[in-house]
Ligand binder design. Structure first.
Ligand SMILES: Cc1cc2nc3c(=O)[nH]c(=O)nc-3n(C[C@H](O)[C@H](O)[C@H](O)COP(=O)(O)OP(=O)(O)OC[C@H]3O[C@@H](n4cnc5c(N)ncnc54)[C@H](O)[C@@H]3O)c2cc1C
Length: 333
């Protein structure tokens, strides 16, 4: 494994912010991780894993070793509908691969940027579907012990945009591959109103669901290749039902979605931010997208610090206006 020094991270994060990694190496196989482990241990350096950098914001130079996951491989496993993909595979390409193999379920998760290995980290989700519905197990390398571990769904503790990995700031575990169980029968999930509407009057075949999801995403979300962003910057907040009822009295029309727990209601962070007038606002080089109050963009050579200052201003306006503390979905490094 080739370990480079003082590498500019701009090409490796979807915000396109320029910070440096003291050390940077590409992981192509599991054995590279033994070398990485020895390298950081001997120099007492921090270590961080990076996929396609579509859910991170660098606000400072990174003083340790960044491992860029680029191990490849997709294989069908013996059980019906079972497959395994290496962490460095592109997620959207895996969704296409599954469609081609007549394995269904991932269509609603089409076009989510990033790698397969990062998908369990925040239990990626979109249009009413989450990774955990298909997840069977993952293989992870433990940087503390040097051992390989297999983790089941319950080990991963998946929740809304969350998993055990998000409580691992010291980066102990590196995901090497993910195994999924898909369906051999089409299983269209049309719970999301916009998707159902897009498919009105036609058969919701897996290919049509995939196409409709891609169309909706392309029309709503800015392409990070054209303007730097990391998708939704904040999570949708979850509040108690009594808090939601109080909010409804103070702010008639505030939307809320039921959750699995009848005492909890999820609110759209984008609506809260829109009420505070954030759409299209700009601070330095950082801005809020014109059409989507939840998406922060690198409009004009923004630094990570510019983006995080804008995000802080936005979340404090929501705290003042609604008494709700927004949590970031993006990992700030
Ligand atoms: C335009 C846009 C739209 C988006 N839409 C959605 C959406 O609809 N739903 C959604 O859930 N997300 C969405 N995202 C966020 C992002 O696509 C996902 O979080 C994705 O899983 C990140 O993948 P990545 O490879 O870029 O991870 P990175 O950004 O590189 O890393 C994210 C985190 O995962 C860790 N990590 C990455 N790989 C590994 C590994 N192999 N082992 C251990 N830790 C690892 C990193 O250390 C970091 O903490 C969107 C982002 C963008 C830019």
């Amino acid at each position: 494994m080739d370990i480079q020094e003082q590498v500019d991270l701009a090409p490796y994060n979807s915000f396109g912010v320029s910070q440096r990694a003291a050390f940077f190496a590409e992981v192509q196989q599991a054995s590279d991780l033994h070398q990485a482990r020895e390298f950081v241990a001997s120099r007492h350096l921090p270590i961080m894993v990076l996929g396609e950098g579509s859910n991170v914001l660098f606000i400072k130079d990174y003083p340790g070793l960044i491992l860029y996951m680029n191990n490849k491989g997709k294989e069908l496993l013996p059980g019906a509908g079972m497959l395994r993909a290496a962490a460095g595979e592109n997620w959207h390409e895996l969704v296409i691969f599954c469609l081609q193999k007549s394995l269904y379920g991932l269509e609603n998760l089409a076009l989510i940027p990033g790698t397969v290995g990062a998908a369990p980290i925040q239990n990626i989700g979109a249009y009413g579907v989450e990774l955990e519905q298909f997840f069977v197990e993952l293989e992870a390398f433990d940087l503390k012990t040097g051992e390989t571990r297999y983790m089941s769904k319950s080990d991963c503790q998946f929740a809304y945009r969350d998993s055990i990995f998000k409580q691992d700031p010291g980066q102990k575990l590196v995901v090497l591959s993910v195994s999924l169980q898909l369906s051999q029968q089409p299983t269209p999930a049309l719970g999301y109103a916009g998707l159902k509407e897009a498919l009105t009057g036609e058969e919701a075949t897996p290919q049509r669901v995939f196409d409709a999801v891609c169309d909706i995403r392309r029309s709503k979300l800015p392409n990070p290749k054209l303007i730097g962003n990391a998708g939704s910057f904040f999570k949708n907040p979850v509040v108690s039902r009594s808090k939601y009822e109080t909010l409804c009295r103070a702010h008639p029309g505030i939307p809320g979605w039921d959750t699995e727990d009848s005492d909890l209601v999820k609110l759209p962070a984008a609506w809260l931010l829109e009420q505070k007038g954030w759409k299209g606002k700009q601070r330095g080089g950082a801005a809020v997208h014109e059409n989507h109050a939840l998406v922060l963009v690198n409009k004009d050579n923004a630094s990570g610090e510019d983006i995080v200052l804008l995000a802080e201003e936005m979340s404090s306006s929501v705290l003042q206006g609604f008494g709700i503390a927004l949590q970031t979905e993006v990992r700030i490094v």
